[in-house]
Design a protein around this ligand. Structure first.
Ligand code: EAX
Length: 340
């Protein structure tokens, strides 16, 4: 009997030691926390104003995630480049884990995840239908997956839009009308080469510096979709808007991988599903009132050139298209261009 009691006591002590020194992760690792315990307030950064589709979409995302996590995960949207002066700096902050979420253009993303640069090649996308087929299909899925190794978790393609040239010198129909113009571009190699081959003088700059650079005539023009130009009131300091549509600029909903890895799996699924769901809402919002915004700005004195010679712009930017087709490979370019 004595031996049995001793055996049971030894067994109990042994088991309790395994419990302490075992390899069980501490319960307080957020990822392991039971779904009901994880709480966070995710900071969203963007260059755009509160009325831009990025911000309206981000607010909708926040409302849905809060509702779907019973208030455990809140979202705060920081517009107007409050958290960093430009999109490249914002993406660097996500890599460091100091900002949680980025909503912005793919423009600078190619500097972090090289395969993403393909979407910024001039005259690659035909129209919005073509855009949606490519970005919501296997090509878009792979471009997002390629980002994982860069410390950036790309969850969904939102929309910036077709980019158009604006300037202060005169109406622009063909590239010769803009010859030598100092045009602000994003920090994007494809855009810079495209404008160089078209005879302009590309000047990369953070978005938050553009308004004053135009005002002080450090640059003659810039290029952006209607909603960006309208939201930042560039019609106050830019007289001519030419519907060149030279590049389709996707936007991205990106989470810092450092933050992503702290979020429990079930909450990650809610966040990813919601970001993808809001993509359709944000793209529609961006597309629906482009004409209305243009007409409103014409009423304020903006001169809109609608009969741009797009073929001339495409021909002038062809060397840039050819250069990047070589870099990415004809098969990848054809896979996008042949998507019906
Ligand atoms: O993402 O910097 C740019 O020109 C972008 O189009 C803008 O920040 C919106």
């Amino acid at each position: 009997m004595k031996r049995v009691i001793t055996f049971v006591l030894v067994l109990m002590v042994a088991l309790s030691l395994i419990g302490c020194g075992g390899n069980k992760k501490p319960a307080d690792t957020a990822k392991d926390a039971p779904k009901g315990e994880y709480k966070a307030n995710l900071k969203v950064t963007m260059t755009q104003v509160a009325t831009h589709p990025y911000a309206v979409g981000a607010k909708k995302f926040g409302d849905l995630v809060k509702e779907r996590t019973n208030g455990r995960i809140q979202v705060t949207v920081y517009t107007d480049s409050q958290l960093a002066k430009g999109e490249r700096e914002m993406l660097e902050a996500l890599q460091q884990g100091t900002i949680d979420i980025y909503v912005g253009s793919t423009g600078p993303v190619g500097n972090f995840s090289p395969s993403m640069l393909i979407v910024d090649i001039p005259f690659l996308f035909r129209d919005f239908n073509h855009v949606d087929k490519v970005l919501d299909g296997s090509i878009g899925k792979q471009l997002l997956a390629d980002m994982d190794k860069t410390g950036l978790k790309g969850l969904a393609f939102w929309e910036n839009g077709f980019r158009h040239v604006t300037n202060n010198k005169g109406p622009v129909k063909v590239p010769e009308d803009a010859k030598g113009m100092k045009i602000r571009t994003m920090e994007n190699k494809a855009h810079m080469l495209a404008f160089k081959t078209a005879g302009l003088n590309p000047t990369p700059m953070a978005w938050s510096e553009v308004y004053s650079a135009l005002q002080q005539k450090v640059i003659d023009g810039q290029e952006n979709p209607v909603a960006v130009f309208y939201g930042s009131k560039l019609y106050e300091i830019q007289k001519y808007f030419s519907l060149t549509g030279h590049v389709y600029s996707p936007a991205l909903f990106v989470v810092s991988m450092k933050k992503w890895n702290q979020i429990p799996k079930a909450d990650q699924e809610i966040i990813e599903k919601t970001a993808k769901e809001v993509a359709a809402f944000e793209r529609k919002l961006n597309r629906d009132d482009e004409d209305k915004k243009l007409k409103e700005m014409e009423g304020k004195g903006l001169v809109v050139t609608r009969d741009v010679d797009k073929a001339a712009w495409q021909k002038a930017m062809q060397p840039a298209f050819d250069e990047f087709s070589k870099q990415f490979g004809k098969d990848k370019i054809d896979a996008i261009m042949n998507t019906k």
